[in-house]
Design a binder for this molecule. Sequence first.
Ligand SMILES: O=P(O)(O)OC[C@H]1O[C@H](OP(=O)(O)OP(=O)(O)O)[C@H](O)[C@@H]1O
Ligand SMILES: Nc1ncnc2[nH]cnc12
Length: 180
Amino acid sequence: MGEQESNNSESGGGGGVEDMVEGPAKENGRAADPRLQAISDAIRVVPHFPKPGIMFNDITPLLLRPSVFKDAVDMFVERYRGMGIAAVAGIEARGFIFGPAIALAIGAKFIPLRKPKKLPGEVISETYILEYGTDCLEMHVGATEPGERVVVVDDLVATGGTLSAAIKLLGEYHVILSSI
Ligand SMILES: O=P(O)(O)OC[C@H]1O[C@H](OP(=O)(O)OP(=O)(O)O)[C@H](O)[C@@H]1O
Ligand SMILES: Nc1ncnc2[nH]cnc12
């Protein structure tokens, strides 16, 4: 593999599935899922993108491998099916790639948490700080009901700013965090 195709085990980038992989042995004291290594290997780390110093975790190679893409979705479906999850909230843009598939498979609704000025209805907004700037997430008012269990899905946590904003948007509801 060239430098731009190295996998996450060589990366100092954001935390994603690679944080769940500790070789073939254990994950939180349990046997690691054998699917994790292939998922981790399918995520390309691109140094200095989009700015110097950023180790960019690129999930697009994973999307080109249907069996690995399916394994990534299935792992979340297996984790959350039967848990009374009412909604999956996907964070724009990459949470929109995984979230709807997970939502459909567990029989939950899908809530898009969008970048500013994309949703036409009444919204609530949260501004947050990124590794490379600031951004804002918005959610339609009424997308969730009080007391619903919501899973938040995204591809990656770096600073955690995006995830914190999502939690604040859904704050009055019961949120379950989930990162691919
Ligand atoms: O933990 P954080 O530091 O907040 O970073 C993580 C966020 O950054 C990426 O999205 P990005 O903001 O690049 O938007 P995009 O998916 O629209 O490209 C990623 O998909 C997460 O949403
Ligand atoms: N290191 C990273 N890789 C991919 N997307 C990101 N968003 C913020 N940090 C990132």
